[in-house]
Design a protein around this ligand. Structure first.
Ligand code: CA
Length: 220
């Protein structure tokens, strides 16, 4: 019928039951994040984690860049999907949340794959670019402060290799992107990046209804 179904709770459960299992350590981290933080919605869903793992495997990704770590679920999912010589550069500013992340990365025995930079991500990304790492990443995921999405997008795109994949999270922003009554800075920033990506001749992009809207952009 050529359209995406509205996903009922039952159909979502069915989809989860007919996908690969969430790795036990990811399930444990999801549960701790729910208990230990007041912001469990900042964590990606199990199906989004699986989706990213499948993309990483299909792409043969070795180098992954993450902007916005929180308690480390997406970086852990990706570290589990990358090969033993895979490498993750993870950017965040919260020592408090990334302490949980680091504990789980160690427990999952993937900490050696992950370099965490606790600094404003634009600084970290600029350092990577200055250090000659443009065009070297296979995948990147932007899931941080929305007002800086445009700055992250431009830098992450430069850091990706041609054929690399950029993922941008929360591009639906709980539907606020299409609500004309909402005019806060974060919503405006997401509307702006959504327009930019759709018109950007440097990528081929699709906005998908996974989680809170996940845009995939392949660098040409
Ligand atoms: Ca998010």
């Amino acid at each position: 019928m050529g359209e995406t179904l509205t996903l009922s709770a039952e159909l979502r459960d069915y989809a989860l039951q007919h996908s690969s299992d969430e790795t036990p350590i990811l399930a444990k981290l999801r549960e701790e994040t729910r208990r230990a933080t007041s912001l469990p919605q900042m964590q990606i869903s199990p199906e989004q984690g699986l989706f990213m793992q499948v993309l990483a495997r299909a792409l043969g990704a070795k180098r992954y860049l993450e902007v916005g770590v929180f308690t480390g679920y997406s970086a852990l999912a990706m570290a589990l999907a990358l090969p033993e010589d895979g490498h993750i550069v993870a950017c965040d500013i919260s020592d408090e949340w990334t302490k949980i992340a680091r504990r789980y990365w160690a427990e999952a025995k993937v900490a050696h794959k992950i370099d965490l930079f606790l600094a404003p991500a634009t600084e970290t990304l600029d350092k990577l670019l200055d250090g000659g790492h443009a065009g070297t990443f296979d995948m990147a995921f932007i899931d941080a402060d929305k007002e800086n999405y445009h700055a992250y997008y431009e830098r992450a795109l430069s850091l990706l290799r041609p054929g690399g994949l950029l993922l941008i999270d929360n591009t639906f922003w709980q539907g606020k992107v299409i609500d004309p009554a909402v005019e806060d800075a974060a919503t405006r920033a997401i509307r702006k990046i959504n327009k930019t990506v759709a018109r950007d001749v440097r990528v081929r992009a699709v906005m998908t209804p996974i989680g809170d809207g996940l845009t995939l952009a392949a660098k040409l």
